[in-house]
Ligand binder design. Structure first.
Ligand SMILES: N[C@@H](CCC(=O)N[C@@H](CS)C(=O)NCC(=O)O)C(=O)O
Length: 236
């Protein structure tokens, strides 16, 4: 049976799609038009009461939150997530997955949608500069972690995991959104282990195929290009 992934171009569904591709799972992308508020309809809110993208539907079961979907799929297939009875490896996976979700992705949302978070009396550029510096600090920490397993390893060590696909997408968006005001790609790529990681992640067909499905015809992860679509359809 095929999964349904509620999606918008270059949104967090990209992480889910890359994982499904890597697992060779059958899935269908259900596109929502964010410009027309299709992620806020009553029908969609029944699946994801936050009104955020993505949601994965597996038969009668709907799961939201990117990290939770990643864990659900990895465990279901017994791939890309260490077995839960290996408590050390499993806790390492949870640790980095939560870091990516609760810290990096959460702060990236502030970078993408700074107007929602910025105090009314603060200068937009000053606020965004602070947020970008915070986000870059998170990537530095991740670079140090990747460095421990370089040149052939991944975020958790020797084994590729869902965390790697999540990190790859977060690095792509960090250098892209908000368009014209994102972190400079050169700043991210000056982190050597991260740069090397992104080069290797770009080689996965699961990555290139999934990004192509977002209507992206140029750079994937390192010098990312936005989807070739009207801006209203593409917001972080
Ligand atoms: N914590 C959520 C964040 C998802 C998220 O930020 N989704 C964005 C698209 S990348 C979204 O739905 N944005 C619409 C909005 O914030 O109004 C998750 O990991 O699923």
């Amino acid at each position: 049976m095929s999964y349904q992934v509620y999606s918008a171009p270059d949104s967090a569904n990209l992480v889910v799609q890359m994982i499904l591709e890597q697992l060779d799972a059958s899935y269908e992308l259900c596109w929502l038009n964010r410009g027309q508020g299709e992620h806020r309809t009553e029908t969609y809110l029944r699946l994801n009461p936050q009104g955020l993208i993505p949601t994965l539907v597996d038969g009668e079961h709907a799961v939201f939150e990117t990290a939770a979907i990643a864990l659900y799929l990895g465990q279901k297939y017994g791939q890309l997530v260490p077995a839960s009875d290996d408590s050390v490896a499993y806790s390492r996976c949870l640790q980095w997955l939560f870091y990516l979700s609760n810290t990096l992705h959460a702060d990236l949302r502030i970078q993408f949608y700074s107007d929602r978070y910025r105090p009314d009396d603060s200068e937009p550029e000053v606020f965004l500069t602070k947020v970008r510096a915070r986000v870059l600090g998170h990537f530095k920490l991740l670079d140090e972690q990747l460095h421990k397993h370089s040149p052939d390893g991944w975020l958790l060590g020797e084994e590729l995991s869902v965390c790697d696909f999540y990190l790859a997408a977060l690095a792509r968006w960090a250098a892209l959104y908000p368009q014209g005001q994102a972190i400079a790609a050169e700043d991210l790529l000056s982190l050597p282990a991260l740069n090397d990681f992104l080069i290797r992640m770009e080689q996965f067909p699961a990555v290139s195929r999934s990004i192509a499905d977002q209507s992206v015809f140029g750079g994937l992860l390192r010098y990312p290009d936005p989807p070739d679509l009207p801006p209203a359809m593409v917001v972080g």
